[in-house]
Every structure is written in structure tokens, then in C-alpha cells.
Design a protein. Structure first.
Length: 287
């Protein structure tokens, strides 16, 4: 009997990212509100984390040995929820309850909602890295072996608390802390550089004592490489992932107005079609 051939892990992650994006479009259309642009730009990052990087047990979400994850950029919760559902933390069908009265899928992640896989509440921008520092310190104090990952948006790097947390992480030599920045260059008021410039971003992080890695945030092979490579034991790591707001849907890509906008029900089929074309192009099947 011939054994089943294992699928390429990169292709498995890419399929997860595609599923996340399709679910996000459907969820937001059903809810009539939400943040589409950033949910699409971070989908490959979340798919790589939940598809291959994080130590996790979806059937036992409170397992003590799990890696911790903090979604600092809380308004992209739809992509986070989709990553959890497609990783079997809860039924995919529940995704369509997003923002509904009584749903566990609130507009921003809430640990109090009881949704499996959510380790931290978030929503007020700039606070997630501080939570990550706390988780990383707790691992050290409790002899834990987990790593804490924090996903930040680039716009929220304009918040002062981010840099207080960054200074704290390097001071305490938290090599078990990894920050990932979804660097799509846009926020609700327009380009980062016009609202409040961030460059030279890599040098800013380095000046706070962090190891800095830069990567194409839509190149899953590259993401997998930087997120799984050996880390220094006493230096926190930040991954600056260059992405495109609205990635996968060409008609809305790189448009700041889609930061906090949801598709209308009549747009769903067209957006899903565009996602399908983008996936075929990635595979080299579309000409």
C-alpha cells in the first residue's frame, strides 16, 4: 500500500491564507462592518504562524506549553478569528456570527468572550507589546518554554507605549519575545509617512536593542524561514513584514479607504473571484 504523500508545507500555509481571506470577506459582508484592508494584508502572517510556527493544541487551547499570541492590532480580528477557525479551534460556521449580539466573535478580541485560542484582549492600539512583555516574563519566572508572538500594525507604532515596551523587552533580555509588524504603509488617515513618519524603522528598533529581520510579508517561504530560524536567547526579535493593504483583491489593494470598510453583499462574489485569480497567479496557473 502506497502511503499518502504529505503536502508541501508552504502550499498548506498558502491554502490556509486563502481560506482566511475568503472567510474575512464573507464575515464582514454578513456583519456589515469591520476592517477589510488590514485583515487581508496580515493573512499570510497569521497563516504562517497558525499553520506551522506556533506550538499549539487546538483541542486543548489552554495547554500550558502553548506559544502565546497577542493581536495588538485588534481591529483585524476577522483574520485572527478565521485563522483560529480554520485551525480547528472552533467551527468555521461560527465565523458568520462576527459582531452579532451575543457572539463570541466581538469586533475586537476579548479573552472574556470565552473564544478558544484567544490569550489576550486587545483593541486600544499600542498596548499589545506590553502584554507580550508580560507573557515573556511570565514564561521566564515560571520556567515556561513558550515563545510569545505579538502582531502589530505599523500605524500603531506611532503610540508611545510601544516604545516603552520595546525598551523594557531589551532591558530584560527577552529572547522569547517576537514582534511582527504588518508594514502595509497605510492607516485610516492615509500613508504612515504623511500622518507621522516611521522611518528609519529598522534602525529605530535596533536602537532599542532588538534584532531586526525584514521580509516580504506575502512570501510564505520567506516568512516561514525568518519565523523558525534560531533566535538569540537574550535579545528580542522584531520582524518587519512588508505587505499590501487589501492584498489579494486588486480592486481595493493599497487604498486607505478600505482600512475600516466592509464589502457589500453584492461585492462578495466579485471579491472572492479576485482572490481566486490572485491564488492562481501565485501558483502560476493564470495567464
Amino acid at each position: 500500500m502506497v502511503g499518502k504523500r504529505l503536502q508541501d508545507p508552504v502550499e498548506e500555509i498558502a491554502q490556509l491564507a486563502f481560506n482566511i481571506r475568503c472567510s474575512v470577506v464573507k464575515m464582514l459582508a454578513a456583519a456589515g462592518s469591520g476592517h477589510l484592508g488590514g485583515s487581508l494584508s496580515c493573512a499570510d502572517i497569521l497563516a504562517t504562524l497558525y499553520g506551522a510556527v506556533l506550538k499549539k493544541q487546538p483541542e486543548n487551547p489552554k495547554w500550558g506549553g502553548r506559544d502565546r499570541f497577542v493581536l495588538s492590532i485588534g481591529h483585524v480580528a476577522p483574520a485572527y478569528y478565521a485563522a483560529l477557525a480554520h485551525s480547528e479551534y472552533f467551527p468555521v460556521e461560527e465565523l458568520l456570527t462576527l459582531r452579532k449580539l451575543g457572539s463570541r466573535l466581538q469586533g475586537h478580541p476579548s479573552k472574556l468572550s470565552g473564544l478558544p485560542g484567544v490569550d489576550a484582549s486587545s483593541g486600544s492600539l499600542g498596548q499589545g507589546l506590553s502584554l507580550g512583555v508580560g507573557f515573556a516574563l511570565a514564561a521566564r519566572l515560571g520556567s515556561g518554554i513558550w515563545t510569545t508572538y505579538v502582531l502589530l500594525g505599523d500605524g500603531e507604532l506611532q503610540e508611545g507605549e510601544v516604545w516603552e515596551a520595546a525598551m523594557s523587552a531589551s532591558h530584560h533580555h527577552l529572547g522569547n519575545l517576537v514582534a511582527i509588524v504588518d508594514r502595509n504603509g497605510l492607516q485610516i488617515d492615509g500613508p504612515n509617512q504623511l500622518v507621522m513618519g516611521l522611518e528609519p524603522l529598522a534602525k529605530r528598533w535596533e536602537s532599542f536593542g532588538w534584532r531586526v529581520l525584514e521580509v516580504d510579508g506575502h512570501d510564505i517561504d520567506a516568512l516561514l524561514s525568518v519565523l523558525t530560524e534560531a533566535r538569540p536567547p537574550d535579545v528580542p526579535t522584531v520582524v518587519l513584514a512588508k505587505t499590501v493593504m487589501g492584498h489579494g483583491i486588486r480592486s481595493i489593494a493599497n487604498k486607505a479607504e478600505w482600512h475600516g470598510k466592509s464589502p457589500k453583499p453584492e461585492q462578495v462574489d466579485g471579491f472572492i473571484h479576485e482572490l481566486g485569480i490572485a491564488e492562481e497567479q501565485r501558483k502560476g496557473l493564470y495567464f
